[in-house]
Design a protein around this ligand. Sequence first.
Ligand code: SF4
Ligand code: SF4
Length: 464
Amino acid sequence: MPKKYHIYPKVTPLEMEYLYKFKITRGENCINCGKCTKVCIYEAHKRRKDDPRKMADPNTVVCRNCFRCIQECPRGALEKSLHQDYVNISGFYWKADMFLTLWKQAEDGKVPVTGAGYRGPFTGAGFDSMWTDMSEIVRPTRDGIHGREYISTGVELGRKHNHLAFDTEGRLLTQPHPTVDIPIPILFDIPPVELSPNVMLALIKAASEISTCVILPAADIKPELKTYIANIIPFITESEIDKYADILKNARLVAIDYTDALPDKLAAIKERIKNISNAVTIIRVPAISGIEGIVSKLVNSGAEAIHIVADYRGQEINKDKEANFKPRLLKDIIRSIHLKLVEERIRDEITLIFSGGMAMAEHVPKSMLCGGDLTAIDIPLLIALGARLYEEPEKLLLLPDGLEKIPVDIITQRMVNLMCAWHSQILEMMGAMGIREARRLRGETGRAIFFEEIDQETFGKLFK
Ligand code: SF4
Ligand code: SF4
């Protein structure tokens, strides 16, 4: 049995301005009876250190919103109100609860629980309109996701043969294509904002610690970072192959920016890279209208892996700035590309990576069920460090003040913790779906329920 892949979390608090859903306030009518200290298992209520006869201010940070203290206070002295900050940060796609979840995950690497259970909507846009079939929950993983039975989240990047060829003597003629194994179906994408040297180094070290890779513009790979090249995917244009030959020669993967002329030149580009390195080539393409045709052309031109990049809200990119553009969501884009390649019988030949709007752990297996092989994430890694993202009036990603002075090890561990929590959630979902290998998730729509489809199936005839 292969060695189990494990990510090691460590509680790593960060001094940052936290966002709270509810603010707890203790009113003047408190009689300091201390009952709230006993009922709150998260220790949000404590007595003052300097004067234990009195209660200290409630610690909203640790509160999990179970409302027990509110109900049990004999004087009705505790009150919870929505934080204005919480209301302001919620956008069309990035909701305040996502920030709270990601911060908590980065803190201790655990899957957060909310005391009062899930009280949100059961459907929404994009991946939120998709549910997974957990009916296998008691079977292959009956002793738990960390139990005896192994669930592999590993994926393989690279081109695959559609069939094998043999000579008349029965000898294998087909040469296997080079592939790269990654133990978790998540790459770190190009950072969406400029990072200070400590955050950049931490990003790379976190990728290295969990054995994945981070995509970085080759120009940002300074000499001191080259020791991590096995975990870095240099991103270049095809005209920069020779310029960055020194970096490419030790890389396992290289990402090339897509241009319309690229499919016709792909064989020559691969040959030029092959002369320098054994790296598997990833073509990075924006998720624009007609992406299905572009992907199909690239596969037929011999592409090894294709990375399709939607915008930060997981929407199709309006390349031609069309008025009244109605973007498709990533979930639908993935399904459409996957289906086209299946119909053309070339899906198995290619590795497809999807990114843009990957905000929560469940988006990873859901994107794979839609037809992706793996994902790339960017913004959640910065939210793990306390970043805030506002969508209105326009996209604004704010890193916390003083981040450039935080030790590399702390930043690294918070990113590792986040990935630990995501890995546990992916394992939970796979276990519940009865899927033991991540690559078997790909296009397994039989394990998914799409709200739009059952809504149409159930009520379509009534409300034409
Ligand atoms: S239970 Fe109510 S009255 Fe008692 S200490 Fe807590 S807030 Fe004050
Ligand atoms: S609401 Fe629940 S978790 Fe929050 S402080 Fe009160 S008892 Fe503790």
